[in-house]
Design a protein around this ligand. Structure first.
Ligand code: GN1
Ligand code: MG
Length: 347
């Protein structure tokens, strides 16, 4: 670790290095010197197979936001002036630490509104960014149709010991093949445009100040072209729910309509004018799809004995999958009422 730290341009004598275990993918450490704090991360290259492309995307978009006066992550360069370092075939990067709070679920409607405004601002400002400059750092990241195909392949090879634990979830997913194709089809018909997206704006990827005003989005690893309605859906997936994706007691897990209304109102107020009619018409459907997609991803990982997401107990990905599919079915049952709420805010 010391060798890695020595390669970055950290100001002052290092006082402490503490691991922060909140993300599901990269390894994160908080490095404190006598006068500053930094976030040091080792990029998980079994998931992010193109770390250099990914770092280019982060640098380009974070710098662009900064020029527009928007808060964003600030990279700390290496002593050689690079935005990351390579050490023992690992890739490391560092950011200035931002004094802030994060949440795993929204504790209040104010937090929902703040995260919606923050995401709206992110999309609004990056709408001016020349999207062709971005790399596709993870191809097909939100291609739900392909994610379902991979899931079906997984079903062929998965071990019976795990398969028999999720009969009803597998059945639920396989009956929704058509849903998995909807957004992909609209993208290929050029009805839904590719725009600069975060692609992982779950509530824990927003920083808040001590009055709960949102500061900015973090975890920019997946910033690349995508559909903004999946960003909206992913933020709603994690902020407009009673419990986080980790909750195993499904009696406690429900979608919060009042939070959804607040999210939509605040988001559309910032960026509604930039969305076309296909995007607006598919917001509610995309929420259902993103719950479904996340359920498929968690279940696939359960069936492959937890290779992708960090777990602290063996059934954790099954718990997460059940939680997400439970919410997908709640959305499906309430599409009309959600559409009616949405219509109130479309100008
Ligand atoms: C992962 O990196 P993290 O923990 O913010 C995942 C997201 C999932 C999320 C579920 C690159 O996000 O796509 O929605 O877990 N990131 C990647 O909590 O796969
Ligand atoms: Mg991430």
């Amino acid at each position: 670790m010391k060798k890695v730290i020595d390669k970055f341009d950290f100001k002052g004598k290092i006082k402490s290095v503490k691991e922060n275990k909140t993300g599901l993918i990269n390894s994160t450490f908080i490095v404190s010197t006598c006068s500053f704090k930094y976030v040091l991360q080792k990029i998980n290259t079994s998931i992010f197979k193109k770390p250099i492309s990914l770092m280019e995307n982060i640098e380009l978009t974070a710098d662009f936001l900064k020029v527009l006066g928007q808060a964003s992550l600030e990279l700390v360069k290496s002593n050689d002036g690079d935005s990351f370092i390579e050490y023992n075939s690992g890739y490391w990067r560092a950011f200035k630490y931002i004094d802030s709070t994060t949440y795993f679920k929204a504790d209040s409607i104010f937090i929902v509104s703040e995260s919606a405004k923050c995401l709206g601002n992110f999309h609004l400002h990056l709408n001016q960014f020349p999207i062709e400059k971005l790399n596709i750092s993870i191809p097909n990241f939100h291609n739900t149709s392909l994610i379902l195909n991979d899931f079906k392949v997984m079903l062929e090879v998965a071990d019976n010991s795990v398969l028999t634990r999720c009969d009803s979830e597998i059945d639920y997913i396989l009956r929704r093949e058509d849903d998995c194709k909807i957004i992909q089809k609209l993208i290929s018909q050029n009805k839904i445009p590719l725009r600069v997206c975060h692609n992982d704006p779950k509530i824990s990827n927003f920083l808040f100040d001590n009055e709960n005003n949102a500061i900015c989005l973090i975890d920019l690893d997946t910033v690349m072209p995508g559909t903004v309605i999946f960003d909206i859906a992913d933020a709603i997936r994690t902020s407009c729910v009673s419990e986080s994706e980790e909750e195993s007691d499904l009696n406690k897990v429900f979608f919060k309509f009042d939070y959804f209304e607040e999210f939509i109102k605040s988001y559309l107020n910032k960026n509604g004018d930039n969305l076309n009619k296909y995007e607006l018409q598919n917001i509610v459907k995309s929420i259902e799809i993103i719950f479904l997609e996340q359920g498929i991803r968690f279940l696939s990982d359960y069936l492959s004995f937890n290779k992708y997401y960090e777990v602290t107990y063996p059934e954790q990905n099954l718990v997460r999958a059940k939680n997400q599919l439970h919410l997908a079915s709640q959305i499906e049952l309430n599409v009309l009422s959600l559409e009616n709420i949405l219509l109130k805010y479309i100008r």
